[in-house]
Design a protein around this ligand. Sequence first.
Ligand SMILES: *[C@@H]1O[C@H](CO)[C@@H](O)[C@H](O)[C@H]1NC(C)=O
Ligand SMILES: *[C@@H]1O[C@H](CO)[C@@H](O)[C@H](O)[C@H]1NC(C)=O
Ligand SMILES: *[C@@H]1O[C@H](CO)[C@@H](O)[C@H](O)[C@H]1NC(C)=O
Ligand SMILES: *[C@@H]1O[C@H](CO)[C@@H](O)[C@H](O)[C@H]1NC(C)=O
Ligand SMILES: *[C@@H]1O[C@H](CO)[C@@H](O)[C@H](O)[C@H]1NC(C)=O
Length: 458
Amino acid sequence: MEVAAWVIFIITALCIHWSCGQEPTETIQKLKNVEETVTSATQAATPNELDVATAINEFGFKLLVKMMKQKKNENLVISPSGIAGVLAMALLGTVGTTYSEVAETLGFSQDIIVNRKNHEQFGALLQALNTNVSSKTLYADAIFVDDNTQLREIYRKYLNDVYGGDVLSTDFQQAEQATLSINEWVRNHTEGKIETLFAEPLPPVTKVVLLSTLYFKGQWDQPFVPDATMKLPFNRTKDEVMADLMLNFGKFRYSFASRHGLHILAMPYNDSETTMYALMPIFPNELSILDLMESLDYKKIDEIINGMSVKQCVVRFPKMDIRSTVKLQDALQTMGIRSIFTPGLANFALMVNSNMVVNKTEEEIITSIDQGQIQTKGVTDLVNNLPNPGIHIDYIVHDVKMTINEYGTEAVAATGALLSRSAQRFYTDSPFYMFIRNEKTKLVTFSAVIFDPTVPVA
Ligand SMILES: *[C@@H]1O[C@H](CO)[C@@H](O)[C@H](O)[C@H]1NC(C)=O
Ligand SMILES: *[C@@H]1O[C@H](CO)[C@@H](O)[C@H](O)[C@H]1NC(C)=O
Ligand SMILES: *[C@@H]1O[C@H](CO)[C@@H](O)[C@H](O)[C@H]1NC(C)=O
Ligand SMILES: *[C@@H]1O[C@H](CO)[C@@H](O)[C@H](O)[C@H]1NC(C)=O
Ligand SMILES: *[C@@H]1O[C@H](CO)[C@@H](O)[C@H](O)[C@H]1NC(C)=O
């Protein structure tokens, strides 16, 4: 068996940005397609799909906690849906142990037919994220394949149907040109916010690059008071730092969950389908954010959210520019995704044809899975016996950029509520957890733990 080095970079670039009013000039060409898929995906929504959303959110929460333990007291910003998006694209092409590990970690079924249904549900949710109303969410994914590598036609088609992924071929021997194209694709799908994903040319042994990007831009439903932002102490555990804390007040959904030692605030965007939740310990000196997070899981958080009620609140929240570039393989390995990174153990038999000659028997087996025309019993053995193309994932890069500010002026109108005696105080003046959830699909598009809101953007 020929052993080729197989390098897949997985990038989920997420960019949160909201600026004062003007929209950047639009360059995205795929809007028509996006809008069409949104409509059909929304119509297809069934209660089943929410189970996939919960599984993905649970995966994202666990991943963040693993990363917190590996990178003590560092800001972390990730896009759980974006990471799950590329892992799902990889899962679609795997068999054997590689398949079992990824399916298990994502919470997808081990049963190959049901697993395909999970892909369809997740794909529909990801497409349904795309909106371009008063806020903008753009999800995109793509696969770059080396000219000399034969992607299975069936994989290409399924990927495109389910995840809407572009398939682009390139010559990784021409490392510089290939890297430029990938950087350009990323730039095109993040409204120019991630300009140079790869500063160095990719190694010529690269065979496939999987990419997913998630861009979000929104306006607060209740903007912060522009002139009230001021430098206030933020306790970043080892010491205090002066941070720009914005001010807001008025009616917000809030919950004081003393049983869990936390309180949580919901700050909606003005698109009526996206919400940012901020959660922190009630007594940070007694319960650290890490200990709090380790005592929770996504289901508990979801229950707490369902119990929130509207309260008068006074809010202090940092104005931030955060960028986080991380390699995910260590954290994913601690979650059980191992063989995919191991030469010889990784098996992408459903993604890549090991031979340049198309084998009709193999193609027929795979087609029958995709069409759900075959019984699970037996089919697993068949696919596990497909020849292993001998390729593996080299590493996974995740790059997120985020800007949070106060936009706008409307908040002044609410002055009367400021000194309400019963107001709940929600001051994020020590490390906290926050996430953005799309309320239509229930997917957490982005989540972060902030230990220091003043870290400069590299
Ligand atoms: C978003 O919608 C506006 C008008 O509704 C349109 O001008 C713009 O091109 C759209 N942009 C994207 C990226 O879909
Ligand atoms: C959302 O906020 C922006 C900026 O203030 C405004 O232009 C837009 O009309 C708002 N949309 C809705 C639905 O309130
Ligand atoms: C990026 O966008 C430009 C302009 O729309 C287009 O010409 C180019 O082909 C795109 N590049 C990639 C790699 O998608
Ligand atoms: C900051 O937080 C740490 C750990 O929670 C605590 O030990 C310390 O007393 C706090 N400092 C201040 C000034 O509150
Ligand atoms: C086609 O694939 C099947 C299953 O992997 C294998 O048994 C068979 O030998 C292959 N045929 C050729 C001509 O390679």
